[in-house]
Design a protein around this ligand. Sequence first.
Ligand code: HSE
Length: 307
Amino acid sequence: MNEIKIFSPATVANVACGFDVLGFCLDSVGDDMVIRKVDKKGIRISRIEGFELPYETEKNVAGVSALAMYNAIDVDFGFEIEIYKRIKPGSGIGSSAASAVGSVFGMNELLGRPFNKTQLTEFAIKGEALASKCEHADNLAPALFGGFTLVKSVVPLKILEIPCPNDLYATIIHPQIEIKTSEARAVLPKEVPLADAITQWSNLGSLVHGLHTSDYDLIKDSLKDVIIEPHRSKLIPFYNEVKNEVLKAGALGASISGSGPSIFSLSKGLETAKTVKEAMKTVYAKSGIDFDIHVSKINTKGIKIID
Ligand code: HSE
């Protein structure tokens, strides 16, 4: 096999109370990528469609993660990467992570899978860091593993796969404005009050327990963020209005997707997830800001080969 086409999914990081550690994978939105073995040594980005991104390997997220893997192997050939980008950069649903994991996943397949998914995440972290100026894996891990993942630690990298209740659906609104992850990180305080930390880790623990036991009431009671949301929500137009309407429509909870501006909600059942979509639409239709909305079952498989 000399060429492979893959679907690299969008992801939701943080999931309210799990800043930088928790994430889940979507199945209705993602990028396509083609990875090809070529005679010329090295990594080359040969095609980019969808959004304007740099072709220089060292300046492209997919290129940087590919180089990290390439430098760890000894081969007398190279790779070309085509990116068909559908996830808008700066949208908050793991655009850079999809690029970062796509190149290394595809290369690994063409090489006969010498690396496991945790090792692939290690390479992809280098690409993600180019975009967000910090090494975190809460979008990368769910894109590669699928479902919900918890990044137990980055050094050494340890990723836990968390079970996903069958009837859990996500609705995500993506206002067409850009918030750079690096900027959304810059507005966060360096220290947090102990009382807030206690609330946050109690919610994270109970959310993970709720996911393990398919306890939708507990999931609902735990989807809260007292540390990050108060700072970042100010960057997102109509954030509080969307959240209020979504909760009225029956969602289990709603919060900022990654570093925003996307807002995600989780619902029990597809019907409720669709009702939530209408609620989001009603708020944003009056805003004058373009938006799109995705309803998605949680993607438990993650990145996949499509050709
Ligand atoms: N955990 C990261 C953040 C995800 O919220 O900054 C965005 O890449």
